[in-house]
Write a protein that binds this ligand. Structure first.
Ligand code: SF4
Length: 738
């Protein structure tokens, strides 16, 4: 029987509404949901093939256990027993830090991942928690943590109301937004220009976004912080600073940031940036003159040697031009869920054992993982749990990490595939397909350009032979706490709920602060799982029904009655309410960041045009390493190539379609060549997430289009000093014809 289901796409940050037609359990068509309050029918090629991804025959439907070097199918009981037999023994011998955790990017697209990974991590008590955040976005969390007191308070461009958008190191026409949730960004960017607004893109590559911009400045990789410092120096020198009445009383360090950036004049940084001094000055003047403007920095700014400085200076420019926290500028969303009492941000509460890399947002940089495995001594990592992650392909120095993981005593992967990483697993626990799970975007509603809420119930019933993902996570948590493998997950979930309710009730800022936790728990019902926890967070949130406080307010039930979502309107100013700094102000010149300006100063004067540097790139049809097994996306595509400028190619005797050897301090690879004038001279580009042809990988489409792992070239010792994030953009490389 044919039917239609409405569901949010879980494949990227844009959170588009999907209209899914099914014949029984089989998806026959996917279209954009024209009634979705946020995406209004927009759909990209990935969303259109969501059904193919869900029905992929390479997905595991049962656990695997390694026996005699081979991954063989096992029952859930056997898989849990194996873990219960081996995991506690490793903790007993080496302590909690002997177990490392790696959380992949799909966790933030998954309600169970958002709500139940934390109990597992708490149960493990390990300091060695790593995630995809420290591959590409940790510097932004750190800069926002220090400036605003909350690492999750990340302002986003108010694209629908701005007059001037400056994009550094981002390609939103292809990525569809990153740390910025705005479905149909191509349409929104076109609308900006149609209403007379201007788009400026600063990127070493003439990306698809740059191609459609009013101005493209082809900066040298890694020079964004210098450019931003020079913009600030110009604003100050030309008396163009105007923070606006709305911010004037909420700032600290305005004079300091002006003084500290003064030496970075446009003339001084021009060579390092590969731009003319006058281009920099002109951009500063345009930002100051625009009625409403915003600067947005993305992956090119966070995966470089000055990632945290660049992330900080983006927001300083927005403040100094009066564009932070005002319509058309860079604004803080108000997510519909209760976010809890947030203490002032602190980092470096612990550090990695071997290199002393700093903790931030409760995790250590993944650049530390390989050496934590390979370096003997107390606290050496001997077991790894990956959750929806493929660090062998996604994280720095991939070959070395691959070899290190192979030597571990125990590897547990919660993963639907046998990937480059999970092929090392002793136990693989496959979660159910996304359409069998409820969905709500907790992370992305906090980055969205409108305040929206949208809940998707499961499209298909959970397969009776397998546990839900939240049950897998709570079972592992219980085993980590020393319990036997047969876990009463409903009871464990009741405990999690109890703790969550206590957390809300203890939050003085919550409307539930004076309420009896038992009354709230009773009102939430007895159906375990993420929808119940979500219901608590929505009912306690800013639009929530507050357990009787506002009968028209938000709840899961209300969202079930609004399958296309609820739009709570355009973003609203949130300063000072959102600030969590000790001073209660926006810290414009925090010592944690200004202490790195000497290093930036050295880089300003050490600029050289010699040699090649490597940058990454995104493609509309891929999402990191996790959409490469979809035939409909891979077909007829030439995705994993080394792009370089015609003059750089000619100098090395390279031709389009030929083959090149690329080498860096960390490693080398051989890859097909694509000659294109879209890159500035001296810059070459490889996409990330490829390299699926390793022994044992069971992803047939991905293997057939394997490509190369660009992370073989990334150097885990070449880091953004403040956050410990590895440099992925601006890696010195040599390229030679093969
Ligand atoms: S843009 Fe992102 S959310 Fe929208 S359909 Fe494509 S993958 Fe899905």
């Amino acid at each position: 029987m044919t039917r239609t289901a409405i569901r949010t796409c879980p494949l990227c940050e844009a959170t588009c509404g999907l209209r899914i037609t099914l014949d029984g359990d089989r998806v026959t068509e996917i279209r954009g949901d024209v009634d979705d309050v946020f995406s209004k029918g927009y759909l990209c090629p990935k969303g259109a093939t969501f059904g193919e991804l869900e029905a992929d025959p390479d997905r595991l439907s049962a656990p695997r256990i390694k026996r005699d070097g081979r991954l063989v199918e096992a029952s859930w009981e056997e898989a849990y027993e194996e873990i219960a037999r081996r995991l506690p023994a490793i903790v007993e011998a080496g302590g909690p830090d002997a177990v490392a955790v790696y959380l992949g990017n799909p966790n933030v697209h998954n309600l169970a991942g958002q709500l139940y990974v934390r109990p597992l991590v708490k149960a493990l008590r390990t300091k060695n928690v790593h995630s995809a955040s420290s591959v590409d976005q940790l510097p932004k969390h750190v800069s926002c943590g220090v400036m605003f007191g909350d690492p999750l308070a990340i302002p986003v461009p108010d694209i629908d109301r701005t007059d001037l958008l400056v994009v550094l190191g981002g390609n939103p026409r292809v990525s569809n937004g990153s740390l910025w949730t705005a479905p149909d960004l191509p349409g929104r960017l076109t609308a900006l220009r149609k209403r007379g607004g201007k788009l400026v893109v600063i990127d070493p590559k003439r990306t698809r976004t740059a191609d459609k911009a009013d101005t493209h400045l082809a900066i040298r990789p890694g020079a964004d912080a210098l450019l931003l410092a020079a913009i600030i120096a110009t604003l100050v020198a030309e008396d163009l600073v105007d923070v606006g009445d709305h911010l004037r009383d909420h700032l600290a360090g305005l004079d300091d940031v002006a003084r500290l950036t003064a030496p970075f004049t446009p003339e001084r940084v021009a060579t390092a940036c590969g731009l003319e001094a006058e281009q920099i000055r002109q951009l500063a003047r345009e930002l100051a003159a625009a009625e409403r403007a915003c600067v947005y920095g993305r992956i090119g700014t966070t995966t470089q040697r000055f990632g945290t400085l660049a992330s900080w200076l983006v927001d300083v420019v927005n403040v100094l031009t009066g564009n932070l926290d005002r319509p058309g500028g860079s604004m803080f969303p108000t997510p519909a869920h209760h976010r809890g009492m947030r203490r002032p941000f602190r980092m470096n509460r612990w550090s990695s054992r071997v290199s002393g890399l700093p903790e931030a947002i409760g995790e250590l940089p993944v650049a530390a993982l390989t050496e934590e495995i390979t370096t003997p001594g107390e606290g050496q990592v001997r077991a790894l749990i990956t959750i929806a992650g493929n660090p062998v392909l996604s994280t720095p120095d991939g070959d070395a990490l691959d070899a290190a993981i192979a030597e571990l005593d125990l590897v547990i992967c919660i993963d639907p595939y046998v990937t480059a990483t999970s092929r090392h697993a002793d136990v693989i626990l496959p979660p159910p397909p996304a359409m069998q799970r409820p969905h709500y975007d907790l992370a992305f509603s906090a980055l969205a350009v409108r305040d929206v809420a949208n809940f998707s119930p499961p499209v298909l019933p959970l397969d009776a032979t397998r546990p839900d993902e939240w049950e897998i996570l709570l079972t592992l948590a219980a085993i980590a706490l020393g319990q036997p493998a047969q876990v009463d997950t409903a009871a464990a979930d009741a405990f999690v709920l109890h703790q969550a309710v206590e957390g809300v009730a203890n939050d003085a800022s919550s409307t539930l602060a004076t309420r009896d936790p038992a009354e709230i728990i009773a009102a939430l019902g007895d159906e375990p799982g993420p929808a119940r926890l979500l219901d608590l967070l929505l009912r306690a949130g800013p639009y929530g029904e507050g357990f009787g406080h506002d009968p028209d307010g938000l709840s899961v039930e209300k969202l079930r009655a609004h399958p296309h979502g609820i739009d709570y309107g355009a973003l609203k100013p949130r300063v000072p309410e959102i600030l969590r700094t000790a001073s209660g102000r926006i810290e414009l010149a925090p010592a944690e960041l200004t202490g790195d300006l000497d290093r930036l100063s050295t880089a300003a004067d050490a600029a050289t045009e010699d040699g090649l540097v490597l940058i990454g790139r995104r493609h509309l049809r891929t999402n990191n390493s996790w959409s490469h097994n979809v035939a409909g996306l891979a077909k007829g595509q030439r995705l994993c190539t080394l792009q370089l400028h015609p003059d750089d190619a000619a100098e090395r005797g390279l031709v389009d379609g030929g083959c090149a050897r690329v080498s860096s301090r960390a490693g080398e690879l051989t890859v097909d060549v694509e000659v294109t004038d879209s890159l500035r001279r001296g810059v070459v580009s490889l996409p990330h997430g490829f390299g699926h042809d390793l022994d044992g990988v069971e992803q047939r489409v991905a293997r057939a289009n394997a490509g190369v792992n660009s992370n073989v070239l990334t150097d885990r010792d070449d880091l953004d000093r403040i956050s410990g994030t590895a440099v992925l953009n601006g890696i010195p490389v040599e390229v030679a014809a093969v």
